[in-house]
Ligand binder design. Structure first.
Ligand SMILES: Cc1ncc(COP(=O)(O)O)c(C=O)c1O
Length: 483
C-alpha cells in the first residue's frame, strides 16, 4: 500500500486516510507519497480519450488504496465532486486565438468560479466520507487569499461531520470573493475577516501553523486543514495537467508547456507531480506577479522573503509559497534533513541559498516570469481586443508570462495557460483594464455573483494580533453549543 511520509521526516509513515484527515504532519512537515507512482507510455495511450471523471479515477487509484476507499465509492466521490461543475468537460481547453499554438484551460467552471473548486469538492467529500465512517467530526481551519475560502465554504455546506472556519485578510480580497463566503447562511460555515494583516494571507498562515504545532489544541478542537497543505488537494490537481495534455497534443508522447499563475505553488507542484509520474512536459512557466518569490529563486539561487505587495492578481499575493518545500523535498532526493535546515534558515535569516547542484534540479524544466501590474492589466485589454476573450487577472498573469516566453520555444510548441478564476470575481480590475466605467462585457458577469450582491453578509471580525486566542475561544464555544 502506498504510504505517506512527512517532508521533515519526523513521523512514522501513514496511509492515505490519516494523511488526508490530519492535513499537516505532526512534525510540522507536509505529507508526500513515499514514492511517486509511475505511469507508462502504454497507460498514457490508454488514458488519452478518457473523460475527466474516468481519468481522475485512474490517477487517484494510484494514490488511494482500494482497502481505504473501494473503487465504486471512489467513483461516486469523483462524480459527486465534479457534479457541481457547470461545464460537461469540467476543465475545457480552448485555443486562445485560432492561429496559434497557445491554448487556455478554463479551470473556473466550479461553483465558486475558481480552480480551487476542482480539488476542494473532492477533498471535503472524501473527508466527510472518512469521518462519517469513523463516527468523528472535524473543524477545518482555512486561510484564504480569496478563492480557497469560498471553495471550502461551499463544499462544506450542509456537511454534518464538518465545521468550516475561513479566515481572510480584510481589504486584500475582492468584495465578490468575500460575499461568496459571507452570504451562504449555513450554520457550519464561519467567515472571519481579519484586520491589520500587513503580510496579507501569509499572516494568517503563521497563526494557523502555530495552532497546528500544538497537538493538544489539534486534538481538543479536532482541527484539520484543507489548504494546499493537504495532500489530497495537490494530488487531485495533477489530473487537470493530464487532461489538458490529452486534449491538446497531436499525439501522445509529444511534449507540452504549461504556464501557471503561482501563489503558494500548490498548482505548480501538482504539475511537477504529473511530470514526475511520466507526463511529457517540456517546461513549466512559473507565472508570478510582483511578489516574485519563485521567480527570484531561478534568478538569484535564493529562496528569500520579501515584504508582500498588493497587486491586481490578489490571490497570488503570497510571500511564502509553502508548497515549494514539497518540491524542494523531491528535487533534493527526499532529503528531510536538508528540508529542516532550509526551513530554519528561512525562518532565522529570511532566505535559503542553494548550491549549483540543487539549482540544476530546481531549474530542470522550469522557467519563470514576474509579470508587472501594468502587464497584467494590458494583457486583459489586449486579449479582449484581439481574441474577444476576457481573462481574469490571474489568468492574465499566466497568459502574459506565456506571451513573453513563447518566442524562445521551438516553433509549433504547444502551450497551455491555466485560467484559474472567472473574471466575474474581479469586476473592478476588469473595468480598470478595459478602461470602462459602466457595464462590463457579458463574459465578465456571472449569475451566482449577481445573486448575492444585495444580501446581508454574516461575518466575524478580529484583529490579527488577537486571532489565535479569538479562534480558540470561538471554536471551543461553538463546539460546546453544538454538543
Ligand atoms: C485565482 C487563483 N490563481 C492562482 C492561485 C495560485 O495557486 P497556488 O497557490 O496553488 O500556487 C490561486 C490561489 O492561491 C488563485 O486563487
Amino acid at each position: 500500500m502506498l504510504q505517506y511520509v512527512s517532508t521533515k521526516g519526523g513521523v512514522a509513515p501513514v496511509d492515505f486516510e490519516t494523511a488526508v484527515l490530519r492535513g499537516f504532519a505532526e512534525d510540522g512537515g507536509m505529507y508526500v507519497p513515499r514514492e511517486i507512482p509511475q505511469v507508462s507510455e502504454e497507460h498514457l495511450l490508454e488514458w488519452s480519450n478518457l473523460s475527466f471523471n474516468d481519468l481522475a479515477f485512474e490517477i487517484l487509484s494510484l494514490y488511494i488504496d482500494n482497502s481505504i476507499i473501494p473503487s465504486n465509492e471512489l467513483k461516486a466521490l469523483i462524480s459527486k465532486s465534479t457534479g457541481t461543475f457547470s461545464h460537461p468537460e469540467i476543465v475545457p481547453v480552448v485555443p486562445l486565438d485560432k492561429k496559434s499554438d497557445h491554448f487556455v484551460m478554463e479551470l473556473f467552471h466550479g461553483p465558486t468560479l475558481s480552480f480551487k473548486d476542482v480539488a476542494m469538492g473532492f477533498l471535503i467529500n472524501t473527508m466527510d466520507y472518512l469521518l462519517a465512517r469513523k463516527g468523528e467530526t472535524a473543524s477545518l481551519l482555512i486561510a484564504t487569499t480569496g478563492d480557497t475560502g469560498p471553495a471550502a465554504a461551499y463544499a462544506s455546506c450542509g456537511k454534518k461531520t464538518i465545521d468550516c472556519w475561513v479566515l481572510y485578510p480584510r481589504g486584500f480580497i475582492s468584495e465578490e470573493q468575500e460575499r461568496q463566503m459571507t452570504t451562504l447562511g449555513e450554520p457550519n460555515v464561519y467567515a472571519v475577516a481579519v484586520e491589520n494583516c500587513s503580510d496579507g494571507g501569509d499572516d494568517l498562515d503563521v497563526v494557523i501553523a502555530q495552532m497546528f504545532e500544538d497537538q493538544e489544541l489539534v486534538e481538543n478542537l479536532r482541527l484539520s486543514s484543507v489548504n494546499s497543505i493537504n495532500w489530497c488537494r495537490v494530488m487531485f490537481q495533477a489530473i487537470h495537467y493530464f487532461y489538458g495534455y490529452f486534449r491538446t497534443v497531436d499525439k501522445t508522447g509529444d511534449s507540452i508547456v504549461f504556464s501557471v499563475p503561482t501563489g503558494a505553488f500548490g498548482n505548480l507542484f501538482a504539475g511537477y507531480l504529473a511530470r514526475e509520474m511520466g507526463l511529457p512536459v517540456q517546461s513549466f512557466i512559473c507565472a508570478n506577479n510582483r511578489n516574485a518569490t519563485v521567480h527570484r529563486v531561478l534568478e538569484t539561487s535564493r529562496f528569500s522573503r520579501k515584504k508582500l505587495k498588493q497587486t491586481p492578481s490578489n490571490a497570488i499575493d503570497i510571500a511564502l509559497p509553502y508548497n515549494y518545500w514539497r518540491f524542494l523535498y523531491f528535487v533534493s532526493g527526499q532529503d528531510s534533513e536538508a528540508i529542516k535546515s532550509w526551513m530554519s534558515d528561512y525562518q532565522d535569516q529570511g532566505y535559503v541559498a542553494f548550491d549549483e547542484a540543487m539549482m540544476k534540479g530546481i531549474k530542470h524544466g522550469f522557467c519563470s516570469v514576474a509579470v508587472s501590474d501594468e502587464d497584467t492589466l494590458s494583457t486583459i485589454a489586449e486579449t479582449y481586443r484581439a481574441d474577444s476573450y476576457l481573462l481574469d487577472p490571474h489568468g492574465s498573469v499566466a497568459v502574459a508570462a506565456a506571451n513573453a516566453l513563447i518566442p524562445s520555444f521551438d516553433p509549433g510548441t504547444k502551450v497551455i495557460s491555466l485560467l484559474t478564476a472567472h473574471p466575474a470575481k474581479f469586476p473592478d480590475i476588469t473595468r480598470q483594464a478595459l478602461k470602462c466605467e459602466g457595464n462590463l462585457p457579458s463574459t465578465g458577469l456571472h449569475d451566482s455573483i449577481e445573486k448575492v450582491k444585495d444580501q446581508f453578509q454574516q461575518l466575524r471580525l478580529c484583529d490579527c494580533s488577537k486571532l489565535k486566542s479569538a479562534l480558540i475561544h470561538g471554536m471551543s464555544e461553538e463546539k460546546a453549543n453544538n454538543n
